[in-house]
Ligand binder design. Structure first.
Ligand code: AMP
Length: 288
């Protein structure tokens, strides 16, 4: 496994791989790897000749009041984990390599970026889309794997590749969870033991909605389900604020208000909840 710190070196290597008709699978990450990331690497490995993982905490997707400087980092551990998974290259650039002082081009994906996370974090997806397109151009991958955990991010990236005719296939891999249902996240390390226990209620709330709709055939207003989910989460002392609980079309992200007359729809149920300073997101998709 080789660690690449420079764009020029990386492109030289990937160009040579392409000439040799190798399939390059790519997994972009911000590091502090956990089983969720490793599942994406495993998925990439199955379909490729060469796997590249990028580790870059992208300042552009953090607002000034967010946790960019405090975001957990542990390159040595990440390196070990990647080696154990049989990763071929880690692209690990520094900030100046990716964003020189005169950097001035940004990607905005409209509509799908607007709601949910986009409402609370207005610049976030502009930062995500910009870094992902840069990374695609650097690693020249045949396909890239993203996690369902960040459902809206997956929609934004898919839309960007479609709209800009980017020659990279986007694969979405299922969310990996802890035993009690909490979605794995690098940010879970911030949780106190009390918050960690309460955080499992996010998945319980999502599962409640799934049960009502899929098993009990609930088919009326979403407002009732949202209310019940909210009650369940608020019953946990350390859940300090619910940013949103939302039901949306899983592809267009248009909001769903009622289940009445809704047939053969794929619905994304997503939420964002703060536990003190720690903000967690999660989602499930149900097909009706
Ligand atoms: P991050 O390092 O948080 O930017 O995440 C890098 C990639 O890993 C993104 O595509 C995430 O959606 C994905 N990811 C993060 N957590 C999980 C998880 N628990 N299960 C599956 N994929 C995940």
């Amino acid at each position: 496994m080789k660690i690449l710190r420079k764009i020029s070196e990386t492109r030289k290597i990937t160009s040579a791989l392409i000439l040799r008709k190798k399939i390059i699978g790519f997994v972009p990450t911000m590091g502090y790897l956990h089983e969720g990331h490793l599942s994406l690497i495993k998925a990439a490995k199955k379909k490729s000749d060469v796997v590249i993982v990028s580790i870059f905490v992208n300042p552009l997707q953090f607002a000034p009041n967010e946790d960019f400087t405090k975001y957990p980092r542990n390159f040595k551990k990440d390196e070990k984990l990647c080696r154990a998974e049989g990763v071929d290259y880690i692209f690990y650039p520094d900030i100046k390599e990716m964003y020189p002082d005169d950097f001035s081009t940004y990607i905005t994906v409209e509509n799908v970026s607007a709601g949910l996370e986009g409402k609370i974090r207005p610049e976030h997806f502009r930062g995500v889309a910009t870094i992902v397109l840069k990374l695609f151009n650097i690693v020249q991958c045949s396909f890239a794997v993203f996690g369902q955990k960040d459902a809206q991010q997956a929609c934004v990236i898919k839309k960007m590749t479609e709209d800009l005719n980017i020659n990279t296939k986007i694969i979405i891999s299922p969310t990996v969870r802890e035993n009690d249902g909490l979605a794995m996240s690098s940010r879970n390390v911030y949780l106190t033991p009390g918050q960690r226990a309460d955080a499992a209620y996010l998945y319980k709330a999502l599962e409640y909605a799934r049960r009502k709709i899929m098993l009990e055939n609930y088919n009326r207003d979403i407002a009732f389900l949202k209310g019940q989910m909210s009650k369940l989460i608020k019953s946990r002392k350390t859940a300090t604020k619910i940013d949103y609980i939302s039901f949306n079309n899983s592809r267009t992200l248009e909001e769903v208000q009622t289940l009445k007359n809704l047939k053969s729809a794929s619905i994304l149920i997503s939420l964002a909840v703060r536990f003190g300073k720690v903000r967690l997101i999660d989602n499930i998709v149900i097909k009706r």
